[in-house]
Design a protein around this ligand. Structure first.
Ligand code: ADP
Ligand code: ASP
Ligand code: MG
Length: 425
């Protein structure tokens, strides 16, 4: 008897019919003789709708209450799923993150899992039940308050429970047939990648490919937990995220040069204009932003103009933290003596990811050439060993993704990628 851990995302349980369909799939896994643990997200766009609702009540709600509100979404779907399974003649029990033993730190809105104590889940399985767990939530070890793991965090709940329960693999069911060479909503000719290493998937997720939550991939790599990303709307094989040879359909295949193109519309850009060009100014600026709890991504500093001896420093940050970033910098404007701040949330980031880049010259030349031919202006550039990222205007993101995808011959000559559901929100 195996232990199967399955996670169903919001688009897979968007309405009553979908919940019943997923229940059948879960029961099928149980009937095959497995112990089954299911992690479920909030239905459809429920989390976004709850956030909109909170906004209408209070423009800047506190983290504790916001987490309490948002976790209600997953509570609804877990209970409904357990009911649907009950109607199919199998016993299912639903558990909140706290009940399932998902222990986190106290950082509301992006809590980290620090321990998993799945005693009640184990007990439910021992009693022959199917266990349904609310994704995306936990309980703070210190304050005992309810926390959330950050948008898309149900993936991380699933991998954390799979590791704690010693499952062989973690199945992530979603609305596309796996990880593709680009978001199939933008590039219908994107190809499904049969297998991808943790390292490459980490870079894709960190670059905005929201098919998997970044921390879920970090967690999976740490615990060497293979992930099978696949569609809940089809029975096709999806993508194995694992060490290079585990789980792969073609274990000894040489890794491709490029894994894919990722994009991210969730960042904004701040430009600190007219910073005096002297030692320590960048340090003061970034210290103040860090002390406000804001993570920054790309940084560009211009060469200072000879006549003024002043320079501009631009950086990107999550648009959600835009207000905090601007406030922190405004507070040090007089001390640093910069002229002004520009805040721009009309930007997008596009990244090319691939482990083979390390050993292949000319990758950046091809990328920049493809953007030039497509008429896309580049505002910022950053690179790592296996990634090149550019910041462009938000309205150019789709064009940039398609142009880069085509330039690296990633387009499939077979059927178009299917997007089975979801609104892409
Ligand atoms: P779920 O609700 O199942 O968690 P998400 O919306 O979080 O689903 O993630 C699935 C979506 O990720 C897909 O519908 C697709 O639009 C998007 N996506 C972005 N990049 C990729 C990629 N490289 N491969 C597949 N899907 C991607
Ligand atoms: N419901 C949460 C969200 O929309 C968590 C998840 O779906 O993974 O972000
Ligand atoms: Mg998701």
């Amino acid at each position: 008897m195996g232990l199967v851990v399955q996670k169903y995302g919001g688009s897979s349980v968007a309405d009553a019919e979908a919940v019943k369909r997923v229940a059948q799939r879960i029961v099928a896994a149980k009937k095959e003789g497995n112990e089954v643990v299911v992690i479920v997200s909030a239905m459809g766009d429920t989390t976004d709708e709850l956030l909109d609702l909170a906004q209408r009540v209070s423009p800047a709600p506190g983290g504790r209450e916001l987490d309490m509100l948002l976790t209600a979404g997953e509570r609804m779907s877990m209970a409904l799923l357990a009911m649907a399974i009950g109607d199919l003649g199998h016993e299912a029990r639903s558990f909140t993150g706290s009940q399932a033993g998902v222990i986190t730190d106290s950082v509301h809105g992006r809590a980290r899992i620090i321990d998993v104590t799945p005693g009640r889940i184990r007990q439910a399985l021992d009693n022959g039940n199917i266990a349904i767990v609310a994704g995306f939530q936990g309980v703070s070890q210190d304050s005992k308050d309810i926390t959330t793991l950050g948008r898309g965090g149900s993936d991380t709940t699933a991998v954390a429970l799979a590791a704690a329960l010693d499952a062989d693999a973690c199945e992530i069911y979603t609305d596309v047939d796996g990880v593709f060479t680009a978001d199939p909503r933008i590039v219908p000719t994107a190809r499904r990648v049969p297998s991808i290493t943790y390292e490459e998937m980490l870079e894709m997720a960190a670059s905005g490919a929201k098919i998997l939550h970044l921390r879920c991939v970090e967690y999976a790599r740490r615990y060497r937990m293979p992930i099978h990303v696949r569609s809940s709307f089809s029975t096709l094989d999806g993508t194995w995220v694992a060490e290079s040879s585990e789980g792969s359909e073609q274990p000894d295949m040489e890794q491709p040069i490029i894994s894919g193109v990722a994009h991210d519309r969730s960042e904004a850009k701040i430009t600190v204009v007219g910073v005096p060009d002297k030692v320590g100014e960048a340090s003061t600026i970034f210290r103040s932003v860090a002390d406000a709890g804001v993570n920054i991504d790309m940084i560009v500093q211009n060469v200072s103009a000879a006549d003024t001896n002043r320079t501009d420093i631009s950086f990107t940050l999550p648009a959600n933290d835009g207000r905090k970033g601007v406030e922190a910098l405004t507070a040090i404007q007089t001390a640093v003596g910069f002229e002004s701040l520009r805040y721009d949330d009309g930007v997008g980031k596009v990244s090319l990811v691939g482990a083979g880049m390390r050993s292949h010259p000319g990758v950046s030349a091809t990328l920049f050439g493809s953007l030039a031919d497509a008429g896309v202006n580049i505002e910022m550039i950053s690179t790592s060993e296996i990634r090149i990222s550019v910041v462009v205007r938000g309205e150019d993101v789709d064009t940039a993704v398609s142009a880069i995808h085509a330039a690296f011959d990633l387009d499939s000559d077979q059927v178009e990628a299917v997007v089975y559901g979801g609104t892409g929100r």
